[in-house]
Ligand binder design. Structure first.
Ligand code: HEM
Length: 681
């Protein structure tokens, strides 16, 4: 099939693996028939000698590999990272030198669900980036939330077992709204910070393109002179950080479980390339490894951006969709230990366990030790390792001395010297103070509540409203009263108002705090609302009627596409317009959750009162989306929840003004005031 660039999702045509368009066996023998098995007579039994049947079925029987134990559901894209050069003072990594371009592959994921689960569940999102640098592969394996549930990786199996579906019935899928999750996090208060982020709108992103990414741990950068700094990595999306509303997220689970992967692929195909800036917060590498009293080795803590600004060091643009999901997105193997000269790890006990875990799990998932040879995992740097043999070895190594030192292969591979020019990876010589072996951690890890309260206090009224609703929903799905009550006690220790509102929703009275509430300054950078952002790749549902002029539609479509916004035409039936423009949805097949805004055209007044149209507009209104109409389309709005004079509804005689108003409203992501009075505080 030819690829039609105007239709999103048209597949790339099949290409022969090697030079023939004839069907062959895996061994390259052309085949005459692949539709009938070899039988003893037309109606007889199948013969065991049918080697083609056996090859075809056997390969099919083994097509699946184990899904990832966590982050099983994901979507990915290729792109390029361009360094600003601003990191040259703190790291020798050559891919961070000014204007250096490095190919990247990024996989976004949910954590809890299986491969076939819905995209829009409330969960943390993975944000894993593979930089194919000239000096070897660097993986930044992060999340869209800057803190983690646990301070020590030894507890990772515990949090994951608690969060995954209950082992008896294997429910619920892909979500934390159940007893075992809340049992664990309420017994284990260091999880409260991450949990608060999950209950905020960060847990239900509008798109992968509108998520921040965080390296979470503190890393160590080493400059040309061998001097080290501690840093935290941040990805900042050009489009801002935006979320769904909870009802939308739930509806999408049914209407379009692939919402996020579709959005990513469609945006790239439409040329609205997703973009992020990579930035670092930089701290001196002191023996204490703290900054303004915050322990930098504690992954349940952030450093507020107001205390240490995020300094941009480069830009990433995702500009190419994978060609084959399995070969690329499924087989990609990230590893926290993929480091390049100039970047090193710290002693964060969570990170230390991750350094072991990724390769270990990939040995099973990818069937042996040679998965670095799979094309998507292959480094772009020259390789001369002494790793040999193993399942699925695809290199034909020469030489007889794969050991070091050797004389039989002339000493090759040689070990570079430690000089800066040799660009070898050198573990930074961190001083370990006089220490005893212990299973304890520092007292500075003990405060589990101050920053959770800081997060809550940094939210605007509308964001607080969503947090209250999220805790109420999740805890209402817990059947055990002691779990709910224990968690609400923690909420009281975060903020009494939060606890009281959640307790009221659950039908009991909130307890008093049992600790003194901390009084950290709010961090406005934590809030997601209150600014305006670009609209690239956003969608507008353009409702047209039998009397809508084809020229008017063409004009509005052109204006929107010129602003990188995708118009989707919604008509009473699916017949193309007189000028051949295809209709994207009918009133029967459109649902509000697909669109960021709704615009009703002149000539649609005869549709007023249509129940599906009223549902479309009513839901969009309830989800605080911008709504507009021009000409007699205004009469349609008058029969819906979105009366022309209501907040965030724009109406006029001519299309031009309405389109501009609508785009302005969309720039704030939603019409927040419609949800909560004084929404932004
Ligand atoms: C800051 C904490 C953590 C972050 C940000 C994080 C992030 C991620 C991400 C983004 C992925 C998906 C990678 C992909 O797209 O293929 C992933 C997978 C995984 N993570 Fe983590 N993770 C964290 C903690 C841990 C810990 C503590 C462990 C274990 C000790 C762990 C074990 C795993 C495993 C086993 C996978 C599956 C890897 C695979 O099958 O390829 N993670 N993690």
């Amino acid at each position: 099939m030819a690829k039609d660039p105007t239709i999103p999702g048209t597949p790339v045509p099949h290409q022969p693996i090697t030079g023939t368009d004839r069907l062959t066996t895996a061994g390259g023998v052309p085949l005459r028939d692949t539709d009938h098995s070899l039988k003893a007579g037309q109606r007889g039994p199948t013969l065991l000698q049918d080697h083609h049947l056996r090859e075809k079925i056997t390969h099919f029987d083994h097509e699946r590999i184990p899904e990832r134990v966590v982050h099983a559901r994901g979507a990915a894209a290729h792109g390029v990272f361009t360094a600003y050069g601003t990191a040259e003072t703190v790291t020798s990594a050559t891919f961070l030198k000014k204007d250096k371009e490095t190919p990247v592959f990024v996989r976004f994921s949910t954590v809890l669900g299986s491969r076939g689960s819905a995209d829009t569940v409330r969960d943390t999102r993975g944000f894993a980036t593979k930089f194919y640098t000239d000096e070897g592969t660097f993986d930044l394996v992060g999340n869209n939330i800057p803190v983690f549930f646990i301070q020590d990786g030894i507890k990772f199996p515990d949090i994951v077992h608690a969060a995954k579906p209950h082992p008896d019935r294997e429910i619920p899928q892909a979500q934390s709204a159940h007893d075992t999750f809340w049992d664990f996090v309420s017994l284990h208060t260091e999880a409260q910070h991450h949990t608060m982020w999950n209950m905020s709108d960060r847990g239900i992103p509008r798109s992968f393109r509108t998520m921040e990414g965080f390296g979470v741990h503190t890393f160590r950068l080493i400059d040309d002179n061998g001097e080290a700094s501690l840093v935290k990595f941040h990805w900042k999306p050009k489009l801002g950080v935006h979320a769904l509303v909870w009802e939308e997220a739930q509806m999408l689970g049914g209407f379009d479980p692939d919402f996020h992967r579709r959005d990513l692929a469609d945006a790239i195909e439409a040329g609205a390339f997703p973009e992020w800036e990579l930035g670092v917060q930089i701290f001196p590498d002191t023996p204490q490894q703290t900054f303004q009293g915050i322990d930098l080795l504690d992954p349940t803590k952030i450093v507020p951006e107001e205390l240490a600004p995020v300094q941009p060091i480069g830009k990433m643009v995702l500009n190419r969709n994978p060609t084959n999901y399995f070969a690329e997105t499924e087989q990609v193997a990230f590893h926290v230990g993929h480091l390049v000269p100039g970047i090193d790890v710290t002693d964060d006990a969570l990170m230390q366990a991750r350094l072991f875990s990724y390769v270990d799990t990939q040995l099973t998932r990818l069937g042996g030790p040679n998965f670095e040879q799979i094309p998507i995992n292959r480094t772009h740097a020259p390789v001369n390792d002494m790793l040999r043999d193993g399942l699925h070895q695809s290199e034909i190594h020469s030489g007889i001395a794969p050991y070091h030192p050797n004389s039989l292969d002339g000493g090759c591979p040689f070990v570079p010297d430690g000089s800066p020019d040799a660009r070898a990876f050198i573990d930074h010589p961190v001083k370990i103070t006089d220490a005893e072996k212990t299973r304890e951690q520092a007292a500075s890890f003990d405060d589990h509540f101050s920053q959770v309260r800081q997060f809550w206090l940094s939210m605007t009224p509308v964001e607080k409203e969503h947090i209250v609703a999220a805790y109420s929903f999740e805890l209402s799905k817990c059947t055990l009263p002691q779990v709910r009550e224990r968690q609400v006690q923690h909420l009281a220790n975060i903020d009494p108002e939060l606890a009281s509102r959640v307790a009221t929703a659950l039908g009991f009275t909130a307890p008093q705090p049992t600790i003194e509430l901390a009084d950290l300054e709010p961090s406005p950078a934590l809030s997601m609302v209150g600014q305006t952002w670009p609209l690239d790749g956003r969608t507008i549902g353009l409702v047209i009627g039998p009397e809508t002029s084809v020229e008017a539609i063409a004009g509005v479509r052109n204006t929107l596409m010129g602003r990188s916004v995708t118009p989707l035409l919604i008509a009473p039936d699916g017949a193309p317009l007189a000028d051949g423009t295809p209709v994207d949805r009918t009133l029967q097949t459109a649902r509000s959750v697909e669109f960021d805004a709704i615009l009703v055209a002149d000539g649609a007044s005869s549709l007023a009162g249509d129940p599906m149209l009223s549902l479309l507009i009513g839901e969009s209104y309830r989800h605080a989306k911008a709504i507009g109409a021009w000409g007699d389309g205004v009469e349609v709005l008058a029969t819906t929840a979105a009366a022309p004079s209501s907040t965030g509804v724009t109406a006029a005689e001519q299309a031009d003004g309405v389109v501009e108003d609508l785009l302005t409203l969309m720039g704030s992501h939603r019409v927040w005031e419609r949800l909560v009075p004084n929404a932004l505080g």
